[in-house]
Design a protein around this ligand. Sequence first.
Ligand code: ZN
Length: 244
Amino acid sequence: MPTISDSAIVLKRLDFSETSQIVVLFTREHGKIRAICKGVKRGTKTRFAVGIDLLDVGRVVLSSRHERSSSLANLTEWKQLRSLTGLREKIFRLYAAEYAAEITAQLTEDWDPHAELFEALLNTLIDLSDASEPLRLTTRCQLALLRSIGSMPRFDSCVLCGRSEDLTFFSSLEGGLICRHCEPGQVEKREVSRATIAVVRGDASNAPFLGAFGVLNYHIAHLMGKEPLLASKLVSPEKRRVVD
Ligand SMILES: [Zn+2]
């Protein structure tokens, strides 16, 4: 049975039985791997005296029937590398981190390595753990994910006619911005402001990030086939000021 040793971020954690957990890990060298860890929750006789938590970052040893197997890998060792306790000090940091984990879990394939995305996600979690700008960091992470999975929309010109002025809408199906001349013929679309376009292009660092988060989330929801669960928590109207 092949054994794998890798760095990993816990994207998802489910209690499986009294003593076991199922975790979805995002590993640096092997991509997303679903694994079972037995004997997690019971006291000191086990290897995992304290359970493995969502968003933990650690060094894992996994055994799998064979690489790329669709069955669950066995998590045989876990050593925590970083303690990102700051993530849990402010609720929006946690929401932003959970959102980043959720979209990564949804939009990457099992055993499909994305080392650069691993680094981006890790840096997002580290920065979020002492940052006051969760939405800016979330936007950065959305862009890194879209780039990494090859679904980055086109933000430089109209995807339909190539015009670079009068860009007023975004279409997920068309994969980018649409100008006001082409917009009337487009059913699936969302309005975008100039400020939002500047942020998604990386041209603005101090703009409000709500619009950029919104349009990237719209595209991500389209790719996922559903709205990310955490999205509404990051943009709830009464919290908007705090988040932004
Ligand atoms: Zn156009």
